[in-house]
Design a protein around this ligand. Structure first.
Ligand SMILES: Nc1ncnc2c1ncn2[C@@H]1O[C@H](COP(=O)(O)OP(=O)(O)OP(=O)(O)O)[C@@H](O)[C@H]1O
Length: 293
């Protein structure tokens, strides 16, 4: 069976006292990098925990590699490399001992790959993990994630706490992984520039709901910020915007369709391509005037 979608979530719901993940439908394509974006508390980590079966949904279906966790947990986890920015290692162990504990959990653990990454990342194997800096701990988790020939990498803010030089190195490693053609990466991050360089798809989460999942190039080519005088806005023109902010000088608005707004406003408005940051900013703050597909 060829599994085109490495991860598939159907109508997933999860309720906490003050937060709900609502009716999440998500398909992650094999062989691509998907970036999960959303503001603090939007639900990215919760979704990642659900995908990894570290948290169970109240309802809905989660399939990874076409399989469910109820019957295939071990074989699914065997093929996933995960990285969290949170501490997931045992502080009282050395990295060497931590590795000895983890290696048997994976059928394809590769000692030589682990050694290579420890050398590359300059990680001391015989030092207790509590003496590692935050960045060193992330690198250690990354070395582990990369050492068992995983097919799917799931990373929750992997570059948080990493210096700019290593962040670039991290992106190079991600590029190298993707050269294989069969690997898939899902990563959540607040660093939009990282995504512009590696993400093929962007899934945007807001208040526990998926607002959109789109191809990166589609976003880059079509989304626009439009600035102009308030007289340009009326019921007809407003329908081309997802969000409008009115200011004393006029309006600023987000459109998902640069060609149409260019035709509509010509030189009367200033029209620029929108960045991912722009899109998040406007979708969160402006007056919402249309549904995002
Ligand atoms: N176990 C839990 N019990 C109660 N509430 C929870 C639990 N886990 C997460 N939440 C709540 O769910 C919401 C979403 O949290 P989550 O960590 O998924 O967001 P996030 O998008 O990853 O945020 P950030 O970018 O700040 O890391 C928050 O309001 C959080 O308080």
């Amino acid at each position: 069976m060829v599994v085109e979608h490495v991860i598939e979530l159907k109508n997933v719901n999860k309720s906490f006292d003050r937060f709900n993940v609502s009716d999440v439908k998500l398909q992650i394509k094999k062989g691509f990098v998907t970036g999960l974006i959303g503001s603090n508390g939007a639900g990215k980590s919760t979704l990642i925990k659900i995908i990894l079966n570290l948290m169970q949904p109240d309802s809905g279906e989660v399939r990874v590699f076409g399989m469910d966790y109820a019957n295939n947990e071990k074989s699914i986890k065997d093929r996933i490399g995960f990285v969290f920015s949170e501490d997931v290692l045992y502080d009282d162990l050395t990295l060497y001992d931590q590795k000895k504990l983890i290696a048997p959990c994976y059928t394809q653990w590769d000692h030589s790959v682990f050694r290579q990454y420890c050398d590359k990342f300059e990680l001391p194997l015989k030092q207790k993990l509590k003496s590692f800096s935050k960045g060193m701990k992330v690198k250690a988790t990354l070395a582990i994630a990369l050492s068992h020939h995983a097919d799917l990498f799931i990373m929750d803010e992997p570059t948080a706490g990493l210096d700019p030089v290593f962040r670039r190195e991290f992106l190079d490693i991600m590029h190298d992984i993707m050269l294989d053609g069969n690997k898939t990466i899902v990563l959540s991050t607040h660093i939009m520039s990282d995504l512009s360089s590696i993400a093929d798809f962007i899934t945007y989460i807001q208040k526990g709901r998926i607002v959109f999942s789109k191809e990166m190039h589609e976003i880059e080519e079509n989304y626009a910020i439009v600035r102009g005088g308030i007289e340009l806005l009326d019921r007809d023109t407003e329908q081309y915007f997802l969000s409008i902010k009115k200011t004393s000088a006029g309006f600023e608005a987000l459109s998902p369709d640069i060609k149409t707004v260019e035709k509509l406003f010509g030189t009367e408005a200033v029209i620029e391509k929108a960045s991912l940051e722009d899109i998040m900013y406007y979708l969160q703050g402006g007056t919402k005037v249309a549904a995002v597909d």
